[in-house]
Design a binder for this molecule. Sequence first.
Ligand SMILES: [Fe+2]
Length: 178
Amino acid sequence: MDSRTVAAPAAKAGVAPVPGAVQLPDATRTEVGRLAQSLLEEALCEGSFGRLLVDLDVEALAPLFAFAPQGYTRRVLASTSEAEILLMGWLPGQESTVHDHGDGWGLVRVLVGTAREDRFRERANGELQVMTTRAIPTGAILEECPGDIHRVAVPSRHVLVTLHVYAPRLNGCRSFVV
Ligand SMILES: [Fe+2]
């Protein structure tokens, strides 16, 4: 497996920075990016994204795996006006902010390693309280719905790679300080 550690590049113009994440150049012009684009367009026609996450397998995506000590990496694999596919690489100990997904809906497949997901509920006074914490093993798929507030982390000494599809594209996500 190619698990390169990369320097943090400048965020691409037009890509909203995500707190705590390192935005890598997109891969839409690579061979696997073109495959992802055709699968995404097919999935949009079918109205189902589950198969897409399985058809984009570890072997095809491995050349794009990348990690950064500054934070987890995000890379756009494919995008349309209605949806996008992202690949993320996480080093041991890294975690996302606590965040929601705006009005977006998403599926996340763990390609390599095990993720920990903490789900929160927002109290009437605005405070956040952890509701559940669970492990998401290799191969499992996590659903992210509008209104969900969570944090993804790497609980082990091993890297984590996750594949994400969002529809509509992520926009208006909130990050929370807890
Ligand atoms: Fe999320």
